[in-house]
Design a protein around this ligand. Structure first.
Ligand code: NAD
Length: 268
């Protein structure tokens, strides 16, 4: 029997208080990894981690803002010191804004770029330094970056978000090539979810109604359902399973790829 066994691995998941990050942290921990959950939502990330601890998982909650580079350095160092390594980084934290390009606001644009792109770049810097040979963890690893179908195809109202998620797609490929060529033993891949039932997914549908793209909530939900040929929108656990594969040694020859987890949205 083939099983995915992450016993002995240490993972860090950003934006893990809720949604896709929480489901991913739960699944990695269920597979045996020790998981550090980071998020800016202090109470929520502790509550999520506490529930996993009660289920017997090895987890720790940390208040962590991905835009703060110094915090990344501390988080990676503390993780390695406390748990003896760092094998998996899931760059999941992200924010979204649904706005037409003619109406974008400079501060909001910078915020999206800061969280979705700069935050991820800082994560790469400090995880790579730790994971590469000679680093404080030093045994290679897997970095999984959560992009989106909005990093592959265009949607009205998602121009700013798409700019960040397209950046994540190519950051992942550049990082995969660099880590490969430099002999670091670090694989880097991106995951591209379709519409997933999380606070972010729900907010996006509501924002589309506010923008007048859809008449009401039912019309928005119906249009997105139709857009997914598989006949449903996604659950956080659907994305977590894709991440688990890329995080594990089952994907040991997979780097620089984009794993599309969208119920067929981008091929319809
Ligand atoms: P969510 O809003 O439900 O959860 C995102 C989490 O990230 C929250 O807990 C939030 O507090 C945290 N976060 C935000 N800014 C942060 C920061 N600066 N530092 C640390 N944590 C921060 O969203 P989700 O739907 O679970 O999305 C997770 C990822 O998946 C995001 O990168 C998102 O862009 C991507 N995604 C989501 C969907 C979807 O339909 N829900 C689709 C494609 C991609």
């Amino acid at each position: 029997m083939v099983t995915i066994d992450l016993n002995g691995k240490v993972a860090l998941v950003t934006g893990a208080a809720r949604g896709i990050g929480a489901a991913t942290a739960a699944l990695l921990a269920e597979a045996g990894a020790t998981v550090v959950l980071g998020d800016v939502l202090a109470d929520a990330v502790r509550t999520t981690a506490d529930a996993l601890t009660k289920d017997g998982r090895r987890v720790k909650a940390v208040v962590h803002d991905v835009t703060d580079e110094a915090a990344w350095e501390t988080l990676v160092a503390e993780t390695v010191r406390a748990f003896g390594g760092l094998d998996i980084l899931v760059n999941n934290a992200g924010i979204e804004e649904t706005v037409f390009l003619a109406d974008i606001d400079a501060a909001n644009v910078r915020k999206l770029l800061d969280v979705n792109v700069s935050g991820m770049l800082f994560g790469h810097k400090h995880a790579i330094r730790a994971m590469r040979p000679g680093g404080i963890a030093g045994r290679g690893g897997s970095i999984v970056n959560i992009s989106s179908v909005a990093g592959l195809i265009g949607h009205a109202g998602l121009g700013v978000y798409s700019a960040t998620k397209g950046a994540v797609r190519l950051l992942s490929k550049a990082a995969a090539v660099e880590c490969g060529r430099l002999g670091y033993g670090i694989r880097v891949n991106s995951v591209h979810p379709g519409l997933i039932e999380t606070p972010m997914g729900d907010k996006m549908l509501a924002d589309y109604v506010k923008l007048g793209v859809f008449a009401d909530d039912d019309a928005a939900a119906g249009a997105f359902l139709t857009a997914h040929p598989i006949g449903r929108t996604g659950k956080p656990a659907d994305v977590a399973s894709a991440v688990l594969f890329l995080a594990s040694d089952l994907s040991s020859f997979v780097t620089g790829t984009e794993l599309v987890c969208d119920g067929g949205l981008t091929v319809a």
